[in-house]
Design a protein around this ligand. Structure first.
Ligand code: SF4
Length: 103
């Protein structure tokens, strides 16, 4: 019985270490502006903008592939808020390139 408990503990530690190594090796750096844009979008995840959801739309805005007006549930205030957010973001501090916001 003791052998089984020790074996289970060893296997648990080995698996925990493997998960930690995988999380470090597979970590993807996210644009620091992404979540800020997502927070300002309607978050209905309706896909009407042509993207599979609001987070994908936020990435498309950062990639300059989508216009803010593509978000059909979005309001003029929302578009202005996102534009203002991106224009006031400290790009140098976060080492990201400024983008041209497409309205
Ligand atoms: S249209 Fe707007 S609310 Fe709908 S998924 Fe696109 S960004 Fe989100």
């Amino acid at each position: 019985m003791t052998i089984v408990i020790i074996l289970a503990a060893v296997i648990s530690v080995v698996l925990a270490v493997l998960l930690w190594v995988a999380s470090v090796a597979l970590h993807v750096e996210e644009d620091p502006r992404l979540q800020g844009i997502v927070d300002l979008l309607p978050n209905q995840n309706c896909g009407l903008c042509g993207n599979p959801g609001c987070k994908a739309m936020a990435q498309a805005i950062l990639d300059e592939d989508s216009k803010l007006s593509q978000c059909k549930p979005g309001t003029a205030d929302m578009r202005e808020d996102i534009k203002e957010y991106l224009e006031s973001f400290d790009n140098d501090k976060h080492d990201v390139e400024a983008i041209k916001v497409k309205m």
